[in-house]
Design a protein around this ligand. Structure first.
Ligand SMILES: NC(=O)c1ccc[n+]([C@@H]2O[C@H](COP(=O)([O-])OP(=O)(O)OC[C@H]3O[C@@H](n4cnc5c(N)ncnc54)[C@H](O)[C@@H]3O)[C@@H](O)[C@H]2O)c1
Length: 591
């Protein structure tokens, strides 16, 4: 294919337009920049000169490249100049009437073959296209901020956009060293559509005081490896912008999960828009600053001291139990590893020895540390040996009957005053607690897999958990170098309650043929900096496990939008469970 669009007009040279103009000129294209008036045009030119000068300082660009690219950019305030372009990219503020008027004008000015692209985030591309007489040559081209470093470009087709126009714009994006993905015309497209629904749930979770802002953010960073927590990200994006995008999403989907959380409206009404205004979910040193400061008058809550923990027992012999034993033993705690039989306990200890050996091989542990940790672990096949433990952590099968039975047994054996913890990820902690005569002493300790590597522990208090029991577990987490977050006893705790609805949304997008598996994964990795795309993650976690968690969440909250996507149910029914069976959303066997 010949190089598409040698001359491109960019209308609106603000944050996005200036970035797009530079990227285009860098690829050797002539850029006709158009601003709203002479003052704005001068400001835009300044912005482009300053940003390219910074790029030279940071060695992203040579001085010669900068000079060459600046020569390719002209900036004026007469829209008629756009007549000389093969493609027009519109990057004016997010206002439908403004954009429609501009497109009607461009349609009049530009030759009929010129392709017109809008940079909108959440407005209807179709309605913008309808303001012209050439809707087949109108599409969306959604870049991400900052344009120079974000590789994702969503190429948005309406029902009328010609495939050729979309392919040419995708080709242009590749020529700019970007990764284009194909999306249909729906508010938020792929990346923001998935991202903002999740941000909204995080805001609602904070609003309901289920967990603190710091804990919600830490949970998603440490539990899912996300580059930023959702509330910090809302502050960065701008609470007002987020609310506008959600309004647009809700208008189209009528899904209550997209209805902006009331707290967003309150913050906007109070002028607390996030970093740009110095305060949003967090308070910043100054408007525009990224440095979080404590609010005036904020005092740390007094909490009772925890109970003494000298010896720990872990029940179970699977992946989680073995990983948790490793965490405690490496931190110097004597650990009883209790399984249903002595053989199972011995096997689990052998598994632990192999894991420690791998750490030694990778240079993360010395031989002495390995030996010291192993010496602290005593396998046993009898729960009677747990009588003197200060803390018992249950990590047996995720089955309420099995767990309740174990808690009843432990209740009869373990000394009074000991803390009893469950690692359940989707069962109610309170149901474990009520299987004992001491529900005050029962708490959730939700580790993540692999436990030795994952820093996060969700500490789950039921309505009956004693404060010093919660404190015991929080203190212990600090001693074993884990990051605890506190939450109440409801389905999904923090991480799964925010993660799985997002994964389910991704499956729904696929099921509706809105976008492909690869494009959705690419959009989330490149557009949001996620370590894995949703389908990669679903295949790793297991589709059956994911389906169970989604069903639990749906059952708990009865939110129609949380119902598991039928496609997920079908794949599970067909035995496509992800990597473990060789096939899930992707075919792993053939790779
Ligand atoms: N900022 C982001 O993170 C981001 C990311 C992706 C997409 N977008 C979308 O990109 C578009 C532009 O957003 P932005 O953040 O660059 O906005 P911005 O406010 O920084 O820039 C808009 C520019 O358009 C100019 N303008 C206004 N009316 C004009 C007219 N009639 N003709 C020519 N120029 C005009 C303004 O002077 C301003 O310089 C919006 O649709 C936005 O939703 C923004």
């Amino acid at each position: 294919m010949e190089r598409p669009f040698p001359t491109v007009a960019v209308v609106g040279l603000g944050t996005m337009g200036a970035g797009v103009a530079v990227a285009l000129a860098r690829s050797g294209r002539r850029v006709i920049g158009v601003e709203a008036g002479p003052t704005q045009a001068l400001r835009a030119l300044d912005r482009i000169e300053a940003s390219t000068a910074r790029a030279v300082e940071r060695e992203r660009l040579t001085a010669a490249e900068r000079t060459a690219l600046l020569e390719l950019i002209e900036v004026g305030d007469d829209l008629a100049a756009a007549a000389g372009a093969d493609l027009v990219v519109e990057e004016v503020p997010e206002d439908l009437e403004l954009k429609r008027a501009l497109f009607a004008e461009l349609d009049r000015i530009c030759p009929p073959e010129t392709v017109l692209a809008t940079g909108t985030t959440a407005l209807s591309v179709t309605r913008i296209a309808a303001a012209t007489g050439r809707p087949e040559r109108v599409l969306g081209v959604h870049f991400f901020n900052p344009v120079h470093s974000m590789r994702l470009v969503e190429v948005v087709r309406t029902v009328l956009t010609s495939p050729r126009a979309a392919e040419q714009v995708a080709e242009l994006a590749r020529d700019l060293d970007k990764e284009p993905v194909a999306a249909g015309d729906r508010a938020g497209f792929i990346a923001n559509g998935l991202l903002f629904a999740y941000l909204n749930q995080a805001a609602a979770m904070f609003e309901s005081r289920y967990a603190t802002r710091e804990d919600i953010d830490a949970a998603m960073r440490l539990g899912c490896g996300l580059p930023m927590g959702p509330l910090a990200l809302l502050d960065l994006i701008g609470v007002d912008t987020a609310r506008t995008v959600l309004e647009a999403m809700y208008a189209q989907s009528q899904d209550r999960l997209h209805a902006p959380a009331p707290i967003l409206g309150q913050l906007v009404a109070a002028g607390l828009l996030g970093r740009k205004s110095g305060r949003g979910f967090y308070t910043y040193e100054a408007p525009g600053s990224s440095r979080v400061v404590a609010e005036e008058g904020a005092a740390a809550e007094a909490r009772p001291a925890g109970r003494a923990v000298r010896s720990i027992a872990v029940c179970g012999s699977g992946t989680m139990a073995t990983g948790i034993v490793e965490v405690f033993a490496k931190a110097g705690f004597p650990v009883l590893l209790a399984a249903r039989s002595r053989e199972k306990a011995e096997l689990a200890k052998a598994q632990l020895a192999r894991s420690l050996e791998r750490s030694v091989a990778k240079g993360r542990l010395t031989g002495e540390q390995r030996d010291a940790a192993l010496a602290l672990v005593v396998p046993t096949g009898s729960y009677r040996d747990l009588a003197d433990a200060d803390l018992v952590v249950e990590a047996v099968a995720e089955d309420l009957a099995v767990k309740r039975e174990l808690f009843t047994v432990l209740d009869g054996i373990v000394k009074p005053g000991a803390v009893l913890a469950t690692t359940t990820s989707s069962l109610p902690v309170i149901s474990c607690a009520t299987a004992t005569s001491r529900p005050r002493d029962v708490v959730g300790m939700h580790f993540f897999n692999p436990a030795p590597a994952m820093k996060l522990v969700e500490v789950v208090s039921t309505v009956l958990t004693a404060e010093d029991v919660t404190a015991t577990v929080l203190e212990l987490c600090a001693k074993v170098r884990k990051h605890p977050v506190e939450c109440g006893d409801r389905a999904g705790f923090i991480v799964n309650a925010l993660l799985f609805p997002y994964l389910n949304d991704a499956v729904r997008m696929l099921q509706e043929h809105y976008a492909t598996v690869d494009d959705i994964d690419t959009a989330m990795k490149l557009g949001c900096g996620y370590p894995m795309g949703p389908f990669e993650l679903l295949d790793v976690v297991g589709l059956d496990v994911s389906l169970t968690i989604e069903q639990v969440l749906h059952h708990e909250f009865r939110e129609p939008g949380l119902a598991a996507a039928p496609l997920l149910e079908h794949l599970v029914a067909a035995g496509c469970l992800g990597r473990k069976t060789g096939r899930g959303f992707r075919d792993h066997a053939r790779r």
